[in-house]
Design a protein around this ligand. Sequence first.
Ligand SMILES: [Fe+2]
Length: 292
Amino acid sequence: MHKPDVAGFHDPRTGSIQYVVACPVTGKCAIIDPVLDFDEKSGSTATTNADRLLAHVEKHGLSIEWILDTHPHADHFSAAPYIKARTGAPTAIGEYVCQVQEIWRDIYNLPDLTCDGSQWDRLFRHGETLSIGEMNVRVMHSPGHTLASVTYVVGDAAFIHDTLFMPDSGSARADFPGGSATSLWHSIQDILSLPDDTRLFTGHDYRPGGRPALWHSSVAQQKAENPYLAGQSESDFVAQRETRDRTLPMPKLMLHALQVNIRGGELPPAEENGRRYLKIPLDALSGAVWGS
Ligand SMILES: [Fe+2]
């Protein structure tokens, strides 16, 4: 079995982890979940994170075969189009992104949005495989956090995005439109059925207690140490997850990010003055946490 070379890049602003996953034999690689920087206060975008990934690729003499997203993110813009423009590599995501597009097309009222996933070069079905150099990648549908989420299993590594975080941080939330705590439980069980020494690479780390950012655990470690799993039944997990989710405010960039990410990361088209604008629906979502 191949052991891919994995480099993780933590974005402190969003807590996202971006990966460069390389075949040690051929130097071919995939980028997973690249971030396009966005400052909501000024409306500025930047490519600092994506350029770090490209600099790593160049420094190590790698060549990019795939630009993969695990799901349409609610906390950052995908930099997939930027990296594609720079490298020509194809973009891909799970096939159920089409259903996510439909949900958000209605919320944003974007009747012209094509909801067939054609914004990506390839859509993956559950169980489908692709290759990075000499390594096979298996795609597992892992719904729950979003209904389109997928896990990429590459040799002894799995990129599990927003299912489990580090063991001290529990699991991802499951209360976004199309989310389901029950589905998330089953997706987590699929991940935990991988060999115990499988390296698990998570999609976020929020540095609880101010510890350094971490993103690498194992199946055995998650089973033993994650309080959302150890000794928990499905109904325990679902009850705990749903209770917790009711206390969480929506991610501050969700309404900014989804309208971009359902377009495959393309920013909205420029208006006649050459400027692009985001669209924020009012009172479309319940679940505001107003505080007291
Ligand atoms: Fe996410």
